[in-house]
Ligand binder design. Structure first.
Ligand code: SF4
Length: 122
């Protein structure tokens, strides 16, 4: 009989407070794929993130992880979503020091400005 924990889905909202789902993460021990090493160039980053997303696509707790990444304003790749994608979705990391994150935040900000009824910039 296997000693691995048995996966039982719980509501996604629980993921924010309760990290029970981490026991079912299939990325355990592969964290280098999910967080940017210092000085990483765009090409290697794209390849690393593509590999991470392949894992996330098979993960039984992907939605819990994605929601936790958004709600906790995490950095790195969570639930198959990169930092840039989270910024565009309106969930920026607490500290954004990368130039492309700043650009994604500006892009989101200008998209939001277009949505304002008075048409004025924020
Ligand atoms: S969705 Fe991806 S980052 Fe989240 S626990 Fe699963 S494999 Fe890890």
């Amino acid at each position: 009989m296997s000693s691995a924990p048995r996966f039982r889905p719980k509501p996604v909202a629980d993921a924010i407070v309760d990290r029970w789902w981490i026991d079912f993460a299939i990325c355990r021990g592969k964290y280098d794929l999910f967080f940017e090493p210092f000085g990483e160039r765009p090409g290697p980053r794209r390849r690393r993130e593509a590999q991470a997303k392949l894992l996330c696509a098979q993960c039984p707790v992907q939605m819990n992880c994605l929601e936790a990444g958004r709600r906790n304003h995490e950095s790195g790749l969570w639930g198959g979503e990169t930092e840039e994608e989270r910024v565009r979705a309106g969930f920026p990391p607490r500290a954004n020091v990368r130039r492309d994150l700043v650009a994604a935040r500006r892009e989101r900000s200008s998209d939001t400005d277009h949505d304002r009824p008075d048409g004025e910039a924020a």
